[in-house]
Design a protein. Structure first.
Length: 364
């Protein structure tokens, strides 16, 4: 009987040790919630350029999906030499990966243009994540042609989540590229889509695409301004009262929102909307795509830790090295590590715990 007790004890020790190792690994995991496939092989751009050429002579052309001929080796090479290489260099584990945002181009052509392009882009993201299942998790773009029904986006979200295992989507609040022709995010136009998000238990990251308006620059004034505008749309709406489990991510550190949190709190109070924290912070999250230490420190000081998700946008809009630090601007892990106000538990929540709560379909 002694040997049996010893054997059982050994098994229990092994199980406990294994569980501890898994727990330790989980605690150390770094999940980047915001990455784009900006290094696609040339055939992808060639497909898009072919669409645009047809539209020059026939804006009403009805597009079929067609095919982009790409080998797995071409995809592997485009990832291994870029995003995967940077993951390994910077010490991150998983990137939540979506199509190149500035290429979504919902304003281009007609609804069939967006549908064909979107399906191709999402299929490509699925291929990347199948080839690198331990490094990338898929998020989809949507076929949001301006001033069209939301039904196509609902159908594409269902296809991506139910058939291909996607864990979220990028939602464009302004498919017209700077002219804001569509309804505000609080409008009932969006409600069927929000309902589907809740049903599928997936979040949406707010993300505009290329700017068409002459006064806007895509990756600076347009991206950051749209992030701020989207927040205000939701802040003034009853969306979260109507969909209390809806999860929305405002990228790029929330645009101007954290910097002006006091202003937004005051406006909410003046308009009788109540406490802003209670109004939005059960549903809205901010990522850490802020490319300097002072900016990250402000974000971490103003916004509760539970609402912050680690992200870098790598490889994205800013790719150079900061001469003041000698490091890449978008190496945002350094800024979280360098923050002196947060404790280790809070940093772990930002690096992984919060992301897993917001993306419950993420399999690790």
């Amino acid at each position: 009987m002694i040997w049996m007790r010893l054997a059982v004890s050994a098994v229990l020790i092994h199980v406990i040790a294994t569980s501890k190792n898994l727990s330790d690994k989980d605690e150390m995991m770094i999940i980047d919630c915001h990455g784009h496939y900006t290094t696609t092989p040339p055939a992808v751009e060639a497909y898009r350029n072919a669409q645009k050429e047809i539209l020059k002579t026939n804006p009403d052309h009805i597009f079929e999906k067609g095919e982009i001929i790409l080998s797995d080796d071409e995809i592997r090479l485009s990832i291994e030499q870029n995003q995967l290489k940077m993951q390994q260099e910077r010490g991150t584990d998983i990137t939540i990966f979506s199509p190149r945002a500035s290429w979504m181009g919902h304003h281009v052509g007609n609804a069939s243009t967006s549908q064909a392009w979107t399906e191709q882009q999402n299929d490509l993201i699925k291929r990347v994540c199948t080839l690198f299942p331990d490094n990338f998790a898929p998020v989809c773009q949507l076929p949001q042609s301006p001033e069209t029904s939301i039904d196509a986006s609902i159908n594409e979200l269902e296809r991506c989540v139910n058939q291909m295992g996607f864990i979220g989507c990028n939602l464009n609040p302004d498919p017209s590229g700077g002219f804001w022709k569509d309804a505000r995010l609080g409008d009932k136009y969006w409600y069927p889509f929000y309902e589907k998000m809740v049903e599928l238990d997936v979040p949406a990251m707010i993300h505009v695409s290329g700017a068409c308006h002459h006064s806007l620059d895509t990756t600076s004034s347009y991206y950051l301004g749209a992030d701020t505008t989207a927040f205000v749309h939701l802040m003034f709406s009853e969306v979260f009262a109507d969909f209390p489990t809806l999860k929305i991510i405002i990228p790029h550190g929330g645009g101007a929102v954290p910097y002006h949190w006091g202003r937004f709190r005051g406006i909410a109070q003046d308009k009788g909307l109540g406490d802003l924290d209670e109004r939005v912070l059960n549903n809205i999250y901010f990522d850490t795509c802020v490319y300097h230490q002072d900016g990250i420190d402000l974000l971490l000081d103003v916004i509760p830790t539970k609402n912050i998700l680690f992200a870098s946008e790598m490889i994205g809009a800013v790719r150079g090295i900061d001469p003041r630090t000698g490091h890449y601007y978008d190496d945002t892990k350094r800024y979280i590590d360098g923050n002196t106000a947060l404790n280790a538990e809070e940093k772990t929540a930002i690096f992984s715990g919060n992301v897993k709560k917001v993306f419950p379909r993420l399999k690790i």
